[in-house]
Design a protein around this ligand. Structure first.
Ligand code: SF4
Length: 62
């Protein structure tokens, strides 16, 4: 599974990075980005939670 952040939608609230710090971080531009090429097995559920709870729908998973 891959996670992506659409940085034109992200408002940099930090919720995803707080929920799954191993998978998301806020970059120097103040928006979130996925840290890893693919989501670890252990973090899949949390990444889906982050996607569902992103206030702007900026996270996609494939
Ligand atoms: S939860 Fe959504 S809006 Fe907030 S930092 Fe993450 S991707 Fe951006």
């Amino acid at each position: 599974m891959k996670a992506k952040v659409l940085d034109n939608l992200c408002i940099g609230c930090g919720a995803c990075a707080a929920l799954v710090p191993d998978e998301f971080e806020i970059n120097d531009d103040g928006v979130a980005c996925a840290i890893n090429d693919s989501v670890s097995e252990d973090n899949k559920e949390l990444v889906i939670d982050a996607k569902e709870n992103c206030p702007t729908g900026a996270i996609s998973v494939e």
